[in-house]
Design a protein around this ligand. Structure first.
Ligand code: SF4
Length: 93
């Protein structure tokens, strides 16, 4: 309780919120990330209010890109009857 009311905790919380807001306005991966891990921002870039880090690139961005590319690659390489995604596509109209 004492720490939660401390000046350093309030400043850190405010700085983290600035970083999350910057991520939200700048990063197209915000929907899957939510603004990242503050400790990585601080350790890599020296600021809790920063945005993209190597941690982002190597974990969030790489994973999200791989996940997003998977259905389109599978759609292109599988026969229609073997495509597990085709059954979920609603017919137009
Ligand atoms: S991936 Fe990195 S830059 Fe993007 S929202 Fe997450 S922490 Fe921010």
């Amino acid at each position: 309780m004492i720490f939660a009311n401390s000046e350093i905790f309030r400043r850190a919380t405010a700085e983290i919120a600035v970083g999350v807001a910057a991520c939200k306005s700048q990063c197209r991966y915000f929907g899957v990330c939510g603004g990242g891990a503050p400790v990585n921002k601080y350790c890599e870039l020296g600021s809790l209010s920063s945005t993209e880090t190597n941690y982002c690139r190597l974990s969030v961005l790489a994973s999200a890109d791989a996940l997003l590319s998977f259905p389109s690659e599978r759609t292109l390489t599988l026969l229609p009857e073997a495509n597990p995604f085709e059954a979920r596509v609603c017919p137009a109209g």
